[in-house]
Design a protein around this ligand. Structure first.
Ligand SMILES: *Cc1c(COP(=O)(O)O)cnc(C)c1O
Length: 384
C-alpha cells in the first residue's frame, strides 16, 4: 500500500489487498484458531496459532498503523486490554505514572485498583496546565504521561506537543488516548507522542457493534515488548471483531466530518439556552482549549456536554427525555446517545477528585439529520 495516499484512501485500502485465491474484493474473515504446518515448523505466511497471529487481525493492525502514521500497531479485545498491555510493558513496581485528573474512569480504575496494588504509583494532574504537569514529574521515577484530549466528559483540551516536549526532557513515555478524536481528526504521533491508544469500540468501529482496543507506536524495542505481551497475555481481538472494525474504518473520514459538523451546529444552537449554565465543546471559540484544539485537530469531533442550570434532578430528567438520543453508555457510533456521566460512565469515580458534576449531561452526536437531533434536544430541555 502506498503510504503517500491521503487518509480517506488509506482508510479503505491500507492492509486490505483483495484475496489472491478468489479475487474477492473484501478480504475474507479467517475464522480459524490454528494453521496447518508443512512439516514441523513449516508455517505458511508465519501463521502458527491465532493468539500469536491471524490474517484478519493483521489486516486491521496494518490499517491502524497506516492511519495513525506509526510503524507498529496491535489490536486487542477491548480498549482497557490495550491499556493494560501497554502499562505492563512500560511500567515496573516502583515506577510513577501521571494521568489527567479527568481521565476516562475505566483507565483510572485500571491503574488505581490493578496496577497501584502491584507497586506502581499514580498522580492525577490537570493536563491542560503545563506548569502543573512539569511540577508533578518525578525525574527518574516518572515513566508514563497519560494524556486524553479531548477529555471526557468536560471536553478539556491538552496541548500534546507541549506536553511531549516537557515529558521527553525527563525520558517520560507520552501516551495519548485518541479515542474521542479518532485518527482522522488528530494524529498524536506526528505531534510528538510516543504511543497512541484507542478504544476502537467508539469512533473507529463506529457502529456500536464491536468492542476493541488498539496501540500504535514507532519505537521498535517497546513494540517488541507490547507484541510479546499481546501474545503472552492473550487479550487479542477475535477475527470477527477485527473484520467488523475494518469495515467500520472504511467510512471513518466521512463519519468524522458529519459527527463534527452536527455537534458544532448543536453546540452553537445551545449556547445561551436559558436552561443551561454551560456548553462544553472545543469547537466553540469561547472554549478555553479552542485555539489548541484548532491547532492539533482537523475538526472538533462529535462529543459535547452541557451543564443544566436547575441541577442534578433536572439533568437526569433531560437525559431521560430525549427520544432520538438514546440513553446509553459508550459513544462514537452513527446513532446519537445521551449519558448521565455521574451515575453511568463515571460512577466508578464518584467520591474521587475525578468526580463529574451532577448537573452534567453528555451527548454523543451521531450522523442523523442535524435538525431532527436539535429538535430532540430542545424538546427534552422543556421537560423540567
Ligand atoms: C471507552 C473508552 C476506553 C475503554 O475502552 P473499552 O473498549 O471500553 O475497553 C478508554 N478510553 C476512552 C476515552 C474511552 O471512551
Amino acid at each position: 500500500m502506498n503510504d503517500e495516499h491521503a487518509f480517506s484512501t488509506r482508510a479503505i485500502h491500507a492492509g486490505q489487498e483483495f484475496d489472491p485465491t478468489t479475487g474477492a474484493v473484501v478480504p475474507p474473515i479467517y475464522m480459524t484458531s490454528t494453521f496447518v504446518q508443512d512439516g514441523i515448523g513449516g508455517f505458511r505466511g508465519g501463521y502458527e496459532y491465532a493468539r500469536g497471529g491471524n490474517p484478519t487481525r493483521d489486516s486491521l493492525q496494518a490499517l491502524l498503523a497506516s492511519l495513525e502514521g506509526g510503524a507498529h500497531a496491535y489490536s486487542f479485545a477491548s480498549g482497557l486490554a490495550a491499556e493494560d498491555t501497554l502499562l505492563r510493558a512500560a511500567l515496573a513496581p516502583g515506577d510513577h505514572i501521571m494521568m489527567g485528573n479527568d481521565v476516562y474512569g475505566g483507565t483510572h480504575r485500571l491503574v488505581n485498583r490493578v496496577h497501584v496494588p502491584w507497586g506502581v504509583t499514580l498522580s492525577t494532574v490537570d493536563m491542560s496546565d503545563v506548569d502543573a504537569v512539569r511540577a508533578t514529574i518525578r525525574p527518574g521515577t516518572t515513566k508514563v504521561l497519560w494524556v486524553e484530549t479531548p477529555s471526557n466528559p468536560l471536553m478539556k483540551i491538552s496541548d500534546i506537543a507541549a506536553l511531549a516536549g516537557i515529558a521527553h526532557e525527563h525520558d517520560v513515555l507520552v501516551v495519548v488516548d485518541n479515542t474521542f478524536a479518532s485518527p482522522y481528526l488528530q494524529q498524536p504521533l506526528s505531534l510528538g507522542a510516543d504511543v497512541v491508544m484507542h478504544s476502537t469500540t467508539k469512533y473507529i468501529g463506529g457502529h456500536s457493534d464491536v468492542l476493541g482496543g488498539a496501540l500504535v507506536l514507532n519505537d521498535d524495542a517497546l513494540a517488541e515488548k507490547v507484541g510479546f505481551l499481546q501474545f503472552a497475555v492473550g487479550a487479542v481481538s477475535s477475527p470477527m471483531d477485527a473484520w467488523l472494525t475494518v469495515r467500520g474504518i472504511k467510512t471513518l473520514a466521512v463519519r468524522a466530518e458529519r459527527h463534527s459538523s452536527n455537534a458544532l451546529a448543536i453546540a452553537s444552537a445551545l449556547v445561551g439556552h436559558p436552561q443551561l449554565d454551560a456548553v462544553y465543546y472545543p469547537g466553540l471559540d469561547t472554549h478555553p482549549g479552542h485555539d489548541i484544539a484548532a491547532k492539533q485537530m482537523r475538526a472538533f469531533g462529535g462529543m459535547l456536554s452541557v451543564a443544566v442550570s436547575a441541577g442534578a434532578a433536572a439533568a437526569r430528567t433531560f437525559a431521560e427525555s430525549t427520544t432520538l438520543f438514546q440513553l446509553a453508555e459508550s459513544l462514537g457510533g452513527v446513532e446519537s446517545l445521551v449519558c448521565y456521566p455521574s451515575m453511568m460512565t463515571h460512577a466508578s469515580v464518584r467520591g474521587t477528585e475525578l468526580e463529574v458534576p451532577e448537573n452534567v449531561v453528555r451527548l454523543s452526536v451521531g450522523i442523523e439529520d442535524v435538525d431532527d437531533l436539535l429538535a430532540d434536544v430542545l424538546q427534552a430541555l422543556e421537560r423540567f
